[in-house]
Design a protein around this ligand. Structure first.
Ligand SMILES: [Zn+2]
Length: 171
C-alpha cells in the first residue's frame, strides 16, 4: 500500500466514523501571514476525496497546510485555556478606608460594587438600623458603622478606588 493510499483510507475511515457527529469543520488557512477561514459543512468528506484525486504535490501541500492549521488551532486553544481557566466572575472584598466592599469583576472588564459595605474586621455586611448601618457583630463590641447620609459618598469613593485598582491590574 502506497503512502497516498494509506492516507486516503485513514481519511475515509475518519469521516465514516465522525460524519454523523461533525456538522461543521472549520479549517483555518493561512496565506501570506493573513488568516482566512474556510467553513466546510458535511460535504467535507467529498472535498477531501477530491483533493486526494489531484496530483500528489497539490494534495500533499494542502495536507501539510491543514496539519499546520490543526497544530496552530490546538496551540491556540491550549493557550486560551491556560490563560482563561474559567469565565466565572471574580468576587472579592476590597478594603477601602474603614470598610470592605464586595466587588464582582466580570471577564469583559466590567465590575459591580455592592452598595452596602462590609465590616473590615468581621467581613460581614453592615445592616441598617435607625440613621446608620452597623456591623452585626455590634453585640460583641464591634464599632464599625456608617451614617446613611454618608453612605453615598463613601460608596462613590470606594468605587472610584476599585476602578483604579482594576485598571492597574488590566495594564
Ligand atoms: Zn464588625
Amino acid at each position: 500500500m502506497s503512502m497516498k493510499q494509506w492516507i486516503t483510507n485513514r481519511i475515509k475511515k475518519l469521516f465514516e466514523n465522525t460524519e454523523s457527529t461533525i456538522t461543521t469543520v472549520i479549517v483555518l488557512a493561512f496565506f501570506g501571514g493573513s488568516a482566512s477561514i474556510l467553513a466546510l459543512s458535511k460535504k467535507a468528506s467529498t472535498f477531501f476525496l477530491q483533493i486526494l484525486n489531484t496530483p500528489t504535490p497539490l494534495w500533499a501541500t494542502i495536507l501539510l497546510v491543514l496539519l499546520c492549521c490543526l497544530y496552530t488551532y490546538l496551540k491556540a486553544s491550549q493557550y486560551l485555556s491556560k490563560n482563561n481557566p474559567s469565565n466565572d466572575p471574580i468576587i472579592e472584598l476590597k478594603e477601602i478606608g474603614n470598610f470592605k466592599w464586595k466587588t464582582i469583576i466580570h471577564k469583559n472588564g466590567n465590575f459591580d460594587v455592592s452598595q452596602i459595605p462590609y465590616c473590615k474586621e468581621h467581613e460581614i455586611k453592615l445592616v441598617p438600623h435607625g440613621i446608620s448601618y452597623f456591623c452585626p457583630a455590634l453585640h460583641i463590641g464591634c464599632k464599625s458603622q456608617i451614617k446613611k447620609e454618608d453612605l453615598k459618598l463613601q460608596y462613590d469613593i470606594a468605587k472610584s478606588f476599585i476602578e483604579g485598582m482594576i485598571n492597574k491590574i488590566a495594564i
